[in-house]
Ligand binder design. Sequence first.
Ligand SMILES: *[C@@H]1O[C@H](CO)[C@@H](O)[C@H](O)[C@H]1NC(C)=O
Ligand SMILES: *[C@@H]1O[C@H](CO)[C@@H](O)[C@H](O)[C@H]1NC(C)=O
Ligand SMILES: *[C@@H]1O[C@H](CO)[C@@H](O)[C@H](O)[C@H]1NC(C)=O
Ligand SMILES: *[C@@H]1O[C@H](CO)[C@@H](O)[C@H](O)[C@H]1NC(C)=O
Ligand SMILES: *[C@@H]1O[C@H](CO)[C@@H](O)[C@H](O)[C@H]1NC(C)=O
Ligand SMILES: *[C@@H]1O[C@H](CO)[C@@H](O)[C@H](O)[C@H]1NC(C)=O
Ligand SMILES: *[C@@H]1O[C@H](CO)[C@@H](O)[C@H](O)[C@H]1NC(C)=O
Ligand SMILES: *[C@@H]1O[C@H](CO)[C@@H](O)[C@H](O)[C@H]1NC(C)=O
Ligand SMILES: *[C@@H]1O[C@H](CO)[C@@H](O)[C@H](O)[C@H]1NC(C)=O
Ligand SMILES: *[C@@H]1O[C@H](CO)[C@@H](O)[C@H](O)[C@H]1NC(C)=O
Ligand SMILES: *[C@@H]1O[C@H](CO)[C@@H](O)[C@H](O)[C@H]1NC(C)=O
Ligand SMILES: *[C@@H]1O[C@H](CO)[C@@H](O)[C@H](O)[C@H]1NC(C)=O
Ligand SMILES: [Cu+2]
Length: 632
Amino acid sequence: MRFAVSTLLLLASSCLAKTVTYDWNVTWVTANPDGLADRQVVGINGKWPLPVVEVDRGDRLVVNMYNGLGDKNTSIHWHGMYQNGTNYMDGPSMVTQCPVPPGASITYNFTVNQNGTYWYHCHTDSCYPDGYRQALIVHDTDSFFHDDYEEEFTITLSDWYHHMTEGLKEQFLSLYNPTGAEPIPDAFLFNDTMNSSLPVKPNTTYLLRLINTGAFVAQYFYIEGHSFKIVEVDGVYTEPTEADILYIAIAQRYSILLTTKNETDTNYAIVTVADSDLLDTIPETLQLNNTNWLEYNKAAPHNKAVIQAQTSDDLDPFDDFTLIPHDRMPLLPEPDVVVNLTVYMNNLINGFNYAFFNNITYTRPKVPSLFSVLSSGDLSTNPMVYGTNTNPFVFEHNDVVQVIINNGDTGSHPFHLHGHNFQVINRAPGYGPNFNSYLNGDPVPYDPSNHTAFPKTPIRRDTVVLPPQGYMVLRFVADNPGVWFFHCHIDWHLSSGLASVFIEAPTQMQERLTIPADHLEVCRLSGVPFEGNAAANTKDLLDLTGQNVQPGPLPSGFTARGIVALVFSCISAVLGMIAIFVYGMSDIKFKNQYGAAEADASQPMDELPAGVTATGAEVAPETIAEQPSKTS
Ligand SMILES: *[C@@H]1O[C@H](CO)[C@@H](O)[C@H](O)[C@H]1NC(C)=O
Ligand SMILES: *[C@@H]1O[C@H](CO)[C@@H](O)[C@H](O)[C@H]1NC(C)=O
Ligand SMILES: *[C@@H]1O[C@H](CO)[C@@H](O)[C@H](O)[C@H]1NC(C)=O
Ligand SMILES: *[C@@H]1O[C@H](CO)[C@@H](O)[C@H](O)[C@H]1NC(C)=O
Ligand SMILES: *[C@@H]1O[C@H](CO)[C@@H](O)[C@H](O)[C@H]1NC(C)=O
Ligand SMILES: *[C@@H]1O[C@H](CO)[C@@H](O)[C@H](O)[C@H]1NC(C)=O
Ligand SMILES: *[C@@H]1O[C@H](CO)[C@@H](O)[C@H](O)[C@H]1NC(C)=O
Ligand SMILES: *[C@@H]1O[C@H](CO)[C@@H](O)[C@H](O)[C@H]1NC(C)=O
Ligand SMILES: *[C@@H]1O[C@H](CO)[C@@H](O)[C@H](O)[C@H]1NC(C)=O
Ligand SMILES: *[C@@H]1O[C@H](CO)[C@@H](O)[C@H](O)[C@H]1NC(C)=O
Ligand SMILES: *[C@@H]1O[C@H](CO)[C@@H](O)[C@H](O)[C@H]1NC(C)=O
Ligand SMILES: *[C@@H]1O[C@H](CO)[C@@H](O)[C@H](O)[C@H]1NC(C)=O
Ligand SMILES: [Cu+2]
């Protein structure tokens, strides 16, 4: 009888899977979340902050989006959703769909067989920092911790700019910013506001879902006088693990169980601290650390946090590499295919500073890569079809894939893979006091014959931080036919090309995927071809004539500093330029560590890809000496 009842319940719960439908009219609205400046933000149905999307595991999510922005293309990525069988619902423009032009509509429609904390954001050009991002929560009443908490809160953390992303991007990717200094945010938001209070009852356990929905800056998170238990990262349940301080990079999520104190006489600061290592300059007006309150008692004082740390480097966060997934999925077997990527930054002939995987900066194809798969027949397994500037990698169905990423750059980068999570099987240096230690010398590449043992049950997540001048090694199974974008989630670095496309099981894609009619209509309306190779050639799929390519290399003799000098000798006495000069030159953070290594020739990097040496060799030694210390 008992058996029968539970079987019935099981049946009932699978029948209960429902469809959750949202109709969204996306338009510009005005907002001022930091109280410092009104600005235009992307609103949904006239409102901002945007609606939190909530579904139960097993539900179908349908979002009908109308682009009412008037002057911007758009699309939505459902960050962390596997889109198993629905790759065309994933959202990134020119990867799995065409950009949705003003006045057009698109329907996203997929089932959610996952659990936990996700988010959605615009994935066309650089549109999400204009406010087009919010939490997506998948409730699971069967989670192992479901009975351990009374109530849950969703909290986003983000950096905030007062200017439109488009203008900031123009300054970032320009001749006047040859060092690639990223735009500095104007504020840091806590759930799209500041100085807020989270009312709590004493002696009660809460589930806090934390999401960094920012564009650039990672944030530390802690609560004075409290520790907590991590139970989920990026949709993966973990063995409950005690922690005091989290480091939440862009796009990462943590669910924590927090038990409140028995006394109600004090309110406690919820402290967020921006990772100042990422900032090339720190304006005096920028409030790096912010206090919100765990409010036990409305009438008690709400004191600002007293932060012991001098800089964010002095905070010692929990190392996510040590987490264990609750399902204890074992280390995947030896890989069938290894992808070996080296990250670095450098200038090209136009003087702009780009980001590279090996020697390629991602340059969007003329046809979204998914559409190239579906229109290239047997040639779809040939990476050439996707262009020479998209960093394409083709995997066979169910390949075990290992991705090695070596960081030739002095910055850290949160890498995200669409359509999957991955096992993080090696990373150096780890979070903690040594995180920046490789900055004292040359970049340290992963050595397959000399590494620490891989964990038996490695943590899985969909966004992981690559340490400065260090490396990491990831593994996943190519069991989800689709084109999946793999990229740095710092939106500025995506715009400067730190991206790759993983083309997984193209043959199975051709058998299983049919693009919905409204998605094809979006292509027609945006004037984007949806057949052929990366050059939109439908006749000879290996002829890439006319494809988009990156600008040529910088001629020898030019350096970032040289570009600045050249520009200023040409445009002297133009007062307006001075401001840009100050912006560009302030605290130069020279990123091409390979160039530096080549300059004095005593530290050869044999990983240096062909075509990079000439540029790098011109870096003057005094520029190298100006590399910031980790407390810049
Ligand atoms: C979207 O909202 C704008 C502004 O309120 C309105 O003018 C427009 O008609 C709406 N469009 C649709 C399709 O709802
Ligand atoms: C939208 O995308 C299309 C295709 O890339 C492009 O031609 C058009 O200029 C874009 N429109 C806007 C408003 O950016
Ligand atoms: C969503 O997709 C399902 C399965 O393909 C289909 O039955 C349903 O009609 C779709 N709903 C909408 C609103 O397009
Ligand atoms: C979601 O959670 C349920 C139990 O809570 C588990 O059975 C299922 O495997 C989880 N799904 C994924 C994709 O992790
Ligand atoms: C955070 O903001 C969202 C959207 O406005 C809201 O639904 C949610 O309740 C807020 N979280 C807290 C803890 O107030
Ligand atoms: C706190 O809660 C626990 C169990 O929920 C209960 O046993 C205990 O008495 C409570 N303590 C106080 C001081 O309320
Ligand atoms: C609250 O009091 C209960 C018993 O009264 C104790 O077991 C528990 O540890 C206390 N909680 C905290 C957070 O101090
Ligand atoms: C906290 O903010 C204050 C004021 O902006 C600043 O002086 C201090 O360095 C910051 N501390 C950290 C750890 O970021
Ligand atoms: C192996 O790696 C360790 C740690 O990075 C390093 O100290 C050691 O010199 C390496 N050994 C060899 C043989 O390369
Ligand atoms: C996709 O679905 C197939 C079965 O249809 C399953 O074997 C595979 O593990 C799924 N992959 C992901 C990433 O969910
Ligand atoms: C990765 O590529 C670099 C540059 O081509 C090479 O030096 C290095 O040995 C490769 N690493 C592995 C593990 O194959
Ligand atoms: C990158 O390097 C490869 C191998 O050396 C070369 O074939 C290719 O042309 C280079 N690509 C660019 C854009 O320089
Ligand atoms: Cu990056």
